[in-house]
Design a protein around this ligand. Structure first.
Ligand code: COA
Length: 260
């Protein structure tokens, strides 16, 4: 897949996406966001892709935020459009992707970078990663879902402290408060994510999509998550994967799921 600001390739049913603006610490400019929106839509619909691994180029940054140079002269109206478009096409699209998206946080995850990682379903960080939402030091607040997703992940008190102080926290601290799932030495980051992906790839793809949808519904105010779970649970019974999973269990063999 040919993009200017990201690298994207499918290997062993995983779409590897690398934000590739190393000299700008992978800051999210408009083109990068448009390419991310495109690649996530591709992942959602392509049958070969079972999961997505999202990381940043180089050893210093995952993503050091939205590209500050682009919005320095924006009005209130332009700012609102920026946040709304970004949330719809990238951040919410990642959260609602039926394929699990794992962030491999390989360095700074700041502002829009941490918001991007928080939109992912699972976060694994390298020991050198630093995470924060420093927007108030620019006279802004997080605009890509950060106030909502940080609160969901770490609770209101910790979220307000991180956002109002603009403090960067270490990967170890992020793991302690539930902001990342695992912390590993930098050299082991991709292999740790691939270890998680290897397990996900053995499971039933449609059941995984239903599980993501039902878990996401737990955080929606306009939806009853228990109802979503009941519906998604019921849908699973009509899949070939369910028949394969139960038959394989009864025949004492490993299932071969086709995502149908
Ligand atoms: N937007 C635009 N450019 C950015 C950027 C961002 N969010 N973050 C880093 N860059 C650019 C720098 O301007 C610099 O470009 P230059 O070499 O052309 O001058 C390059 O990336 C390297 O960054 P630099 O600041 O020199 O690296 P550092 O090691 O001294 O500091 C950070 C690293 C992450 C602490 C620092 O870059 C930073 O604070 N970035 C902004 C973080 C932020 O506020 N994000 C939220 C945005 S809403």
């Amino acid at each position: 897949m040919a993009y200017q600001n990201i690298l994207a390739e499918i290997r062993s049913q995983v779409l590897y996406v690398t934000i590739n603006r190393e000299l700008k610490l992978n800051a999210l400019n408009k083109e990068t966001l448009a390419e991310l929106a495109d690649v996530i839509a591709f992942a959602a619909h392509n049958d070969e892709v079972r999961a997505v691994l999202l990381t940043g180029a180089g050893e210093k940054a995952f993503v050091a935020g939205a590209d500050i140079s682009e919005f320095a002269a924006y009005t209130a109206e332009q700012g609102e459009v920026l946040a709304r478009n970004g949330q719809n096409s990238v951040f919410d699209a990642i959260e609602n992707c039926p394929k699990p998206v794992i962030a491999a946080i390989n360095g700074f995850a700041l502002g829009g970078g941490l918001e991007l990682a928080m939109a992912c379903h699972i976060r694994v960080a390298s020991e050198n990663a630093r995470l924060g939402l420093p927007e108030v030091s620019l006279g802004l607040i997080p605009g890509y879902g950060g106030t909502q997703r940080l609160t969901q992940l770490v609770g209101k008190g910790r979220a307000i402290e991180m956002i109002t102080t603009a403090d960067m926290i270490t990967a170890a601290h992020a793991e302690k408060i539930g902001l990342v799932n695992h912390v590993v030495p930098a050299a082991e980051l991709l292999s740790k994510v691939e270890e998680i992906l290897a397990k996900i790839k053995l499971r039933a793809p449609l059941a995984i999509a239903s599980a993501v949808k039902a878990v996401n519904a737990s955080l929606l105010f306009d939806e009853n998550g228990f109802e979503t779970e009941i519906r998604e649970f019921g849908k699973c019974f009509d899949t070939n994967d369910f028949k394969e999973g139960t038959t394989a269990f009864l025949e004492k063999r490993k299932p071969a799921f086709l995502g149908k």
